[in-house]
Write a protein that binds this ligand. Structure first.
Ligand SMILES: [Fe+2]
Ligand SMILES: [Fe+2]
Length: 238
């Protein structure tokens, strides 16, 4: 606080009784999310580029799927914060290159619940919680933490899961090199009805195929975008 003429003085009203427009309030919310994303990048929990790519693509897929425009912001925020729960997982487990023990796997599998507990106290983030809490649930009920099945899984998570898997497989990880596009595409198709909702697999691959509907390339990460040089021939091998 500077005092004097009052410039730079922080008022408690700024935080507890904000009286600006909705636009200004949303801008403050986005600044808060941005700060959290950078915190995750500092802990090297997910690469920042991956986080921004999946946020971009999840919003695009949500639009294709017909999610109402005023709900897309929650998809964006949930995607940006999808792995925030890993903040509660020790680095020695998070970055382990050798296979995880059962105990370590159990600990990592708690990250969706940790995310929920971290974000729930923040009212504006509650509508975005579906992705952090349910993004590891699988269509056939074999996911975690609740083994939800089919439409029990919130639609935001069903959409996000495929985008997240696609981008993760195309990225180098400490324990494996990036997969080529064709292998990744074949894997996504093989998981239709297992990990992913079949109709969403079709919508996703169709969106990629059209090369304009789904973009993993938000403006701020142009230099680290995944590009797909070959046209994806939907289900050609199935
Ligand atoms: Fe996760
Ligand atoms: Fe991810």
């Amino acid at each position: 606080m500077t005092g004097g003429n009052g410039q730079g003085k922080l008022s408690t009203d700024t935080f507890f009784y904000y009286r600006g427009s909705d636009l200004e309030l949303n801008s403050i919310y986005d600044q808060h999310v941005e700060s959290l994303v950078r915190t995750l990048a500092l802990r090297d929990i997910e690469t920042e580029a991956h986080t921004r790519r999946v946020s971009s693509a999840a919003q695009d897929l949500a639009c294709i799927w017909g999610i109402p425009t005023d709900e897309i912001i929650h998809i964006r925020r949930g995607a940006l914060l999808h792995d925030i729960g890993k903040i509660g997982v020790p680095d020695c487990i998070l970055h382990k290159k050798d296979p995880l023990t059962d105990k370590e796997r159990d600990l990592i599998s708690q990250h969706p619940v940790i995310a929920y507990n971290l974000l729930f106290p923040v009212p504006y983030l509650r509508p975005a919680l579906d992705i952090p809490l349910y993004h590891h649930e699988k269509w056939d009920g074999s996911g975690y933490p609740y083994q939800l099945k089919g439409n029990q899984i919130p639609v935001a998570s069903r959409l996000f899961a495929i985008v997240d898997t696609w981008d993760a497989l195309l990225s180098d990880r400490p324990y494996r090199p990036a997969w080529p596009v064709e292998r990744t595409r074949d894997y996504i198709i093989s998981q239709s009805g297992r990990s992913f909702e079949p109709d969403i697999v079709i919508a996703f691959l169709s969106g990629l195929d059209s090369q304009k509907s789904i973009s993993f390339c938000p403006a701020e990460t142009k230099s680290s975008c995944h590009t797909y040089s070959s046209r994806i021939d939907l289900f050609s091998n199935s």
